[in-house]
Design a protein around this ligand. Sequence first.
Ligand SMILES: [Zn+2]
Length: 173
Amino acid sequence: MQRVPQSLVLNFDYSPIAVCSIYKAFVLVYLGKAELLEAIPGRKIRTIRKHYPCPSVIRLKHYVQIPYRVVPLNRLNIYKRDGYRCCYCGSTKDLTIDHVIPKSLGGKTTWENVVTACKRCNTRKKNRTPEQAGMQLRQKPYKPNFLYFYFDIRSPRKEWRPYLFLTEEKEQV
Ligand SMILES: [Zn+2]
């Protein structure tokens, strides 16, 4: 399926706040509400009279107050963060939530301490830490970034990287 290329929208202070279609970004620039920071190389938006650069990164000309947005910590969001896979064996079946440091050992219910685990791994791990159980996490649990979580930035454009502070390695994930 051909997706419309997307533009990264930065607030006046250069913080990334949204992702939108290149057409919406173009309109914002055209109306003078945003400035074009990066164009998509080799691509133009054509109107009858002119060709315009195709926006890849735009910056709003006025600061927009964004309410502090966090990703709610709940079962479905934990599954989503972990790609609907067990963080120990990678299975996609019988998923449940595991506290990395068990509650009985003082582990908290936080993004950094909960992972998706299949029932088998969860049973095997019992009330132990991964080290105690001899199990290894495929990735360290983290607090997801709002922008990534809701705008589904799976393949950020090359021009976005400096604004998202992405390294080359991150792109491979
Ligand atoms: Zn498992």
